[in-house]
Unconditional design. Structure first.
Ligand SMILES: Cc1cc2nc3c(=O)[nH]c(=O)nc-3n(C[C@H](O)[C@H](O)[C@H](O)COP(=O)(O)OP(=O)(O)OC[C@H]3O[C@@H](n4cnc5c(N)ncnc54)[C@H](O)[C@@H]3O)c2cc1C
Length: 403
């Protein structure tokens, strides 16, 4: 292959964005993809509404990532505004939802992906599906398993954009970890992120599992004693708890579980009522049933069930004790759901393994981008934004080094 040809492995948001930048600069790009079609995770991400990025100011946006310093220059070059403009350039309009999240107007990923692929095709990008990268062949060649047998390709420049290890049926199986570990590339082990957590509910909770805990706040103390907070909703499940609030706190919860074997999540079941007001609401005049008092204070059936689950009966009529418990409800979490069921993956190729341009130091002319890099972020559009931004950044690095 000539020096101005680049091979990209992985046709997700990161790989396709790199192909976009490179092809716009006249570089011949060949994208190799394991599955029979491209962008499968991107399409699934669009199923419940493609939350592509977030409208909050960049200074706050950047703080959502654990690797703030590393990602800052990438995000500055491709922030939410640039994502919106890029979608517009493809004829896709967008809107800002009530929570500040940005979605394409049609909500789905498919129309955007279709137009994007058509533009890449016009620019001469060749996509080779059903090519599963198995690793390096001698002298830096790439070995692919295909229906016609093994193919070996020897490019001058390669970008790995292989994703994490969640939802492996969509293509990202994390098998690249072993390939890179054999090359002694420093990698932080892959762990589930934006995932559900395990806890044990008594039988009494059975009829409430699958139901949401609405309008709650939650917090976790991380290893350094800092408190991380979020507010949203959570869903009680047979294995424990999941949902937006839990995903937002999944990093400190995971870190506590990894270091201590368990984590305590604290919930405020009525965050819009102060402790003193709640105390007054739980101390009514006249005779009323406990359930009535709790309902009037704003607790629905699921929250009431949770109080009955966690607080011994002799405390139910003690307004001071119960108010404090409702405002600081502890749930002991003992594990994470498997990585296969997580929305994203924490861990990946470490920053120190890469140059500033995202080239693997030990493998000249091999670059990395997307979720396979060692960064973590909550849901809210942050995962796709960093995948796009790092894909662009790696492509810019490739351009710099090609010329
Ligand atoms: C259910 C779900 C909902 C989500 N919703 C959102 C959301 O609303 N907003 C948001 O920001 N993020 C969301 N995400 C996360 C987001 O989709 C990912 O962070 C993003 O797709 C990562 O992009 P990527 O290009 O790095 O990796 P991927 O999208 O995983 O793409 C990697 C590609 O590499 C291919 N590949 C892997 N290994 C090989 C190999 N050996 N050979 C050849 N090809 C290979 C894969 O088949 C895949 O096509 C969601 C994820 C899931 C699972």
């Amino acid at each position: 292959m000539n020096a101005k040809r680049v091979v990209i492995i992985g046709a997700g948001p990161a790989g396709l964005m790199a192909a976009d930048v490179l092809s716009a600069h006249g570089i011949q790009v060949d994208v190799f993809e394991a599955k029979a079609s491209v962008g499968r995770k991107f399409l699934v991400a669009g199923k419940g509404g493609l939350n592509i990025t977030h409208s909050e100011p960049l200074a706050d946006f950047i703080l959502r990532y654990d690797q703030t310093d590393w990602l800052k220059p990438m995000l500055e070059e491709f922030d939410a505004q640039k994502i919106v403009s890029w979608m517009e350039s493809l004829g896709i309009s967008s809107f800002i939802g009530t929570s500040g999240r940005i979605f394409p107007t049609e909500m789905k990923a498919a129309p955007l992906l279709r137009r994007w692929l058509s533009q890449l095709k016009k620019r001469g990008v060749k996509v080779h599906c059903n090519h599963y990268w198995e690793g390096f062949a001698p002298e830096g060649s790439l070995r692919f398993a295909t229906a016609e047998g093994t193919k070996v390709i020897t490019p001058n420049t390669t970008l790995l954009a292989l994703g994490g290890a969640s939802w492996p049926s969509l293509g990202s199986d994390g098998a690249w970890v072993n390939i890179l570990v054999q090359k002694k590339i420093p990698i932080t082990p892959l762990l589930p992120s934006n995932c559900g957590f395990k806890t044990t509910w008594s039988q009494h909770m059975d009829s409430h599992l699958g139901k949401p805990l609405k309008n709650i706040a939650g917090w976790v103390k991380n290893d350094s004693g800092e408190i991380q907070k979020s507010s949203s909703e959570a869903i009680l499940t047979t294995y424990g708890i999941e949902g937006g609030l839990i995903y937002a706190l999944s990093r400190p919860l995971r870190e506590n579980i990894v270091s201590d074997g368990e984590a305590t999540l604290y919930l405020d079941l009525l965050p819009y009522i102060t402790l003193s007001k709640l105390h007054a609401l739980l101390s009514p005049s006249g005779k009323q049933s406990i359930n009535n008092i709790w309902r009037k204070a704003g607790l629905d059936n699921v929250k009431i069930a949770l109080i009955r689950e966690g607080l011994s009966k002799d405390k139910w009529s003690d307004p001071i004790f119960t108010a404090a418990f409702i405002k600081e409800y502890p749930i002991k979490l003992t594990g994470m759901q498997p990585i296969e069921e997580a929305i994203s993956t924490a861990g990946g190729v470490k920053r120190k393994a890469l140059t500033e341009d995202l080239m693997i130091k030990a493998l000249p002319n091999v670059y990395c981008a997307g979720e396979m890099l060692d960064w973590d972020a909550p849901t809210g559009g942050y995962l796709l934004t960093a995948s796009f931004a790092s894909g662009r950044f790696a492509a810019k690095g490739i351009l710099k080094n090609l010329t």
